[in-house]
Design a protein around this ligand. Sequence first.
Ligand SMILES: [Zn+2]
Length: 132
Amino acid sequence: MPWERSINVRSAMLRGLRGRCPHCGTGRLFYRYLKVSPVCEACGIDLDRYPSDDGPAYFTILLVGHLIIIPILLLPIVWQAPPAIIVPMVVVPLIALTLIILPRTKGAVIGLLYALKVHRDDAALHTADRPE
Ligand SMILES: [Zn+2]
């Protein structure tokens, strides 16, 4: 395949993080919020062959859940303010942050899969999917 040249993992992940094709960096990676374009509009690479699966959700939970929620819980105001006020003040920004981070982590994971040349065809190598 012409797009199988090796690429820097960092570059591919940064391109995906920006929502761009990990191969050329110009075409859009997503045609809707989390829908990956079947092919890149700029270079024609098959973008649908890089299965990100649950990786983006895992990294989003890791970032939001562990690096944001835990520090918030350490703030005394969270425990002193009335729940009717503090819950919407915390939950709404967390939902917004999660929705902002999720497509970026998905792009970065697809960029990583692209750089490591992990395709949907390699699913048989995944130990969890291997038949007994
Ligand atoms: Zn491209």
